[in-house]
Structures are given as structure tokens and as C-alpha cells.
Design a protein around this ligand. Structure first.
Ligand code: BGC
Length: 261
């Protein structure tokens, strides 16, 4: 538990399922009030809110398209209206789809960029404005991926968006460090969430992924949420602009495991 998070206010984009849901839950356990953003999964978002409230926390579900300029503003407004302030913004919402690059439609490229990169910019800008105007030493956490570093054929748009998130995080971390605003990046590997559910139903596909994870298991959303809570807390007070890989070693070139090369 991180005592300093108690009573603070967080926005989590894409908080109705997967990693976002788990982060929202964990922050609520830390006694933060949480604005849970969802795009289309109203039921999932409401379930998250109910679960948080049953456990004594406070949360509200807000529909918003984070790839739209008005979306981020609606989330900030909700944080202020319901909980009176904002201290942490988690840009978690993301999407991915597979396509050989020579067949990738511009529409698919744009959709992925809009959610994964434009959404991170719009959310960060909204949070930064509020922090600067109100002199709040707030914090931003962006959700990237191991694919901000590992090339991922047939997911070029996804990899490009996540690479963008990483350098965007580093850049604004530098730009706002003197104001005491911290901006960090979490890059998960393969995690057991709905984004992967279909793929991991196929045992062969799952085994192929496992072969790329030195720690030999698919990560749990709680293991990512724990890192987010730590990064948000005072325990990470001197940490900014960093990228934390939460990937069971996936970024460690597992094919070199036996010393070949
Ligand atoms: C993707 C997952 C994938 C993992 C490792 C993540 O960014 O969302 O679908 O399993 O990277 O490749």
C-alpha cells in the first residue's frame, strides 16, 4: 500500500477490461478515486465500478473516445466534477490488428494511430494543462508495449504507434520535469487479457509465445498494475522518463538463452 495515493484522483483510459481494468482496481485499493474511461464496453466499465465500490473504493465510469479532442476533456471534467481534482492520468487505451504491411489499409493504420498515439497525446496534454494551471506535481503513466523496441512484422502500425509513445513519454518527461511532473512508460509483454484471448485459445500459438518468454509464463494484469501503482506513488518520486518493461524477460533476446551466437 502506498499511503500517499490515498484521497488522490486518477483517470484510467480503456479501464473497462484487461490491464486498464486491473490498474483501476489497484489504484482504488490504494484509496484513490478513479475515473474509468471506456469506449464501447459499458457493461465492463460498470462492473469495474461496482467491484471497486463493493470493496470500499470510489469510481465512476465515463464513456469517451480518447482519439477525439473532446474525449480527454470529458474525462478531466468528470474527475473534477466527481472527485474535485486530478493527480494521475493513465493513458492505457490501445488497440491492435494484424495485417501484412503491403496490404494494410490506410484506414486501419489511422485507427490504430488515433487510439494508441493521438489518444496518448490528447490525454497527456489535458493532464499537463491541468497540472500546470493548478501547480500540481502530478504524474502521467503511458502504456506502451515491448513492441516499442521489438519489431513486430504484420503489426507495423501497432509497433510504430508504441515506438511513438515511448519517445513522446521521454520528451514530455524532460519538458515538464522542472515542474515536478513525472511521466513514465510501462511496456508490457504478453499478458493474459482479452486482447490476447483468442490467440491464446490456440495451444500452438500460445506455446509459440511462451517460447519467447524466459520466465515461462504469460503475465498477469495484476503484475502490470503493481508497477503502475508504484510509479504513481511517492516511492518512485525520482523516476521520470523511464520505460519499465514488464515482460518476463521477453526483451532480453530469448533466442540467445543457451549462449548460442
Ligand atoms: C500485444 C500482445 C502481444 C505482446 C507480445 C503486446 O503489446 O498487445 O498481443 O502478445 O505484445 O508480443
Amino acid at each position: 500500500m502506498y499511503k500517499d495515493l490515498e484521497g488522490k484522483v486518477a483517470v484510467v483510459t480503456g479501464g473497462s477490461k484487461g490491464i486498464g481494468e486491473e490498474i483501476a482496481r489497484r489504484l482504488a485499493k490504494e484509496k484513490m478515486s478513479v475515473v474509468i474511461n471506456y469506449h464501447s464496453d459499458e457493461e465492463g466499465a460498470k462492473e469495474s465500478v461496482d467491484m471497486i465500490k463493493e470493496n470500499g473504493g470510489d469510481a465512476v465510469a465515463i464513456q469517451a473516445d480518447i482519439g477525439d479532442e473532446e474525449g480527454a476533456k470529458a474525462l478531466l471534467d468528470a474527475a473534477i466534477e466527481h472527485f474535485g481534482s486530478l493527480h494521475l492520468w493513465v493513458n492505457n487505451a490501445g488497440m491492435e490488428n494484424k495485417s501484412p504491411t503491403h496490404q494494410l489499409s490506410y484506414d486501419d493504420w489511422t485507427k490504430v494511430m488515433n487510439v494508441n498515439l493521438n489518444g496518448v497525446f490528447l490525454g497527456s496534454r489535458t493532464a499537463l494543462n491541468y497540472f500546470v494551471e493548478n501547480d500540481i506535481k502530478g504524474s502521467i503513466i503511458n502504456m506502451s508495449s515491448v513492441h516499442d523496441k521489438i519489431p513486430w512484422p504484420t503489426f507495423a502500425h501497432y509497433a510504430a504507434s508504441k515506438g511513438g509513445v515511448k519517445i513522446f513519454t521521454e520528451t514530455i518527461a524532460l519538458e515538464y520535469a522542472h515542474k515536478g511532473i513525472r511521466v513514465n512508460n510501462i511496456s508490457p509483454g504478453a499478458i493474459n487479457t482479452s486482447i490476447n484471448a483468442e490467440k491464446f485459445e490456440d495451444e500452438e500459438a500460445k506455446q509459440k509465445t511462451l517460447n519467447m518468454i524466459p520466465m515461462d509464463y504469460i503475465g498477469k494484469p495484476e503484475e502490470v498494475a503493481a508497477v503502475a501503482a508504484w510509479l504513481a506513488s511517492k516511492e518512485a518520486s525520482y523516476v521520470t522518463g523511464t520505460t519499465l518493461y514488464v515482460d518476463g524477460g521477453m526483451t532480453l533476446y530469448p533466442s540467445f538463452e543457451k549462449g548460442d551466437g
